[in-house]
Ligand binder design. Structure first.
Ligand code: SF4
Length: 64
């Protein structure tokens, strides 16, 4: 699984951080950071984050 987040769309709602805190986080400037290739153990949580994002900013590029 590879993922991208459109930071122009992202409005820092934080639902992705809540859904998958090991993959998504805010840095000290409140900018979203994320692991673009999350480990298999995180895939379900990443899918939950995709579904939870209110602006649909998270895209899965490939599925394993
Ligand atoms: S849930 Fe969506 S809008 Fe909110 S921080 Fe995550 S990517 Fe950005």
């Amino acid at each position: 699984m590879t993922m991208t987040v459109d930071l122009d769309l992202c409005q820092n709602h934080g639902q992705c951080v809540y859904a998958a805190p090991e993959v998504f986080a805010f840095d000290e400037d409140e900018i979203l950071t994320y692991q673009p290739e999350p480990p298999e153990s995180q895939h379900d949580k990443v899918r939950a984050a995709v579904a939870a994002c209110p602006v649909r900013a998270i895209r899965l590029v490939g599925e394993s």
